[in-house]
Design a protein around this ligand. Structure first.
Ligand SMILES: Nc1ncnc2c1ncn2[C@@H]1O[C@H](COP(=O)(O)OP(=O)(O)OP(=O)(O)O)[C@@H](O)[C@H]1O
Ligand SMILES: [Mg+2]
Length: 359
């Protein structure tokens, strides 16, 4: 049994249920709540159904009968490793980055699509979600033409959501970027309940390495649903008093809802060194640093919008350089997190033996 467990790539604890059954149940429950990633094997000479049920209810993943046969242990370990792999697979889901403006017109759509494009051009599997409930601009700015169906129609079909259904909703950009469009209607009649929006984003994160969400201004229930699923929330602001005030309010509101400030990033768009409000005054008002500054480059951005041809990363402008820097940061953070997750899965922890010898 010892040798069978030595090679196990999972955390397994053996508890002997024959010494003191009550205490064994108590320890099983404690271990389950304190080490939810580990597995507990109960061992006993008793095959009484009541005993087995009590051990399984307490949290044993397996119940092995004494004398414990090597073969049974190997089978049980294989089952645990398969479970562990499944867990690890679901853990490496893509990153969801939600961008919202501190007020209308701060440049959320322009930044969301340039970030998403840069990620796609670096060969990351990326989808941009235009979450505006009516007349979003992402497909116009990208020059893809509109889709007959929007993100909201996809989110209204959660009961039959799969890769095949998704294909019918996607717009494709030459860069490899995929886009889920906003409804073309002027009135926001296409709605989806927030839990359906959350479910749809989680589904997308299982398929794509990056999901970038372009939100309308305001903390609507749908935007809050996006935030709930996000790994990173980006508040796009400009150096104007109303924008600073709203950013402070958004941050306070998100803190009240329990969001960690480390997952909230402040991007100062249309930045200029000689701007109306200095960076230090803005940071003092916000009580946190500006994560990124995107330079003001109106002529180039509006030219790209009007032509339906986003600014290429090959462009020498300071706008393109700032987007490249941003994408680089997003990618390197993602790589570091993936490396950490992989190391955690690989770490092999020895076997604890509790309550006497196991024969
Ligand atoms: N870095 C920038 N430099 C100069 N102009 C910019 C920059 N970013 C965005 N703009 C301009 O700001 C305007 C609004 O941009 P955009 O549509 O991206 O904002 P938005 O926040 O998505 O607006 P909405 O609230 O309507 O969704 C556009 O005219 C765009 O050209
Ligand atoms: Mg927009």
């Amino acid at each position: 049994m010892g040798r069978a467990l030595e090679r196990a790539q999972t955390h397994i604890c053996i508890i002997d249920y024959d010494q003191n059954a009550e205490e064994a149940i108590w320890v099983t429950e404690r271990l389950r709540s304190e080490y939810p990633d580990g597995y507990i094997f109960g061992v006993s000479a008793s095959s009484e159904p009541q005993r087995i049920i009590a051990a399984m209810r307490a949290g044993c993943a397996e119940y092995l009968l004494k004398p414990v046969q090597n073969e049974r242990v190997l089978e049980a370990v294989a089952r645990m490793e398969a479970k562990q792999k499944e867990k690890a697979r679901s853990k490496v889901r893509g990153k969801i980055i939600t961008l919202l403006g501190s007020k209308g017109g701060t440049g959320v759509t322009s930044l969301a699509l340039h970030l998403a494009l840069e990620l796609a051009e670096r060969q990351w599997k990326c989808v941009l979600v235009d979450q505006h409930p009516a007349l979003g601009d992402a497909s116009l700015y990208l020059g893809t033409g509109r889709h007959q169906y929007s993100f909201y129609e996809l989110a209204s079909n959660t009961d039959r959501l799969d890769q095949e259904l998704l294909q019918g909703f996607l717009l494709h950009h030459d860069s490899g970027l995929h886009l889920l469009d906003s409804p073309e209607a002027v009135d926001a009649i296409h709605r989806a309940p927030p839990p359906a929006v959350e479910h749809t984003l989680a589904f997308l994160a299982d398929i794509y390495e990056f999901v970038v969400v372009d939100c309308p201004p305001g903390l609507t229930d749908v935007t809050l649903a996006c935030i709930a699923q996000s790994d990173q929330v980006v508040i796009v602001m400009t150096a104007e008093l109303p924008s600073v005030r709203n950013t402070v309010r958004y941050m306070e509101h998100l803190a009240k809802l329990g969001y960690n400030s480390s997952s909230i990033h402040i991007v100062l768009n249309r930045h200029s060194k000689r701007g109306p409000l200095g960076d230090d005054r803005i940071e003092k008002a916000l009580g946190c640093p500006i994560s990124l500054r995107i330079p003001n480059n109106y002529s180039e951005v509006i030219r790209a919008i009007n032509a339906g041809m986003p600014i290429s990363s090959a462009n020498k402008s300071d706008f393109a350089a700032a987007i490249k820097k941003w994408a680089h940061e997003v990618v390197s953070t993602n790589k570091q997190e993936k490396a950490k997750a992989a190391a955690a899965v690989q770490s092999k922890v020895g076997v604890l033996r509790l309550f006497g010898r196991v024969s």
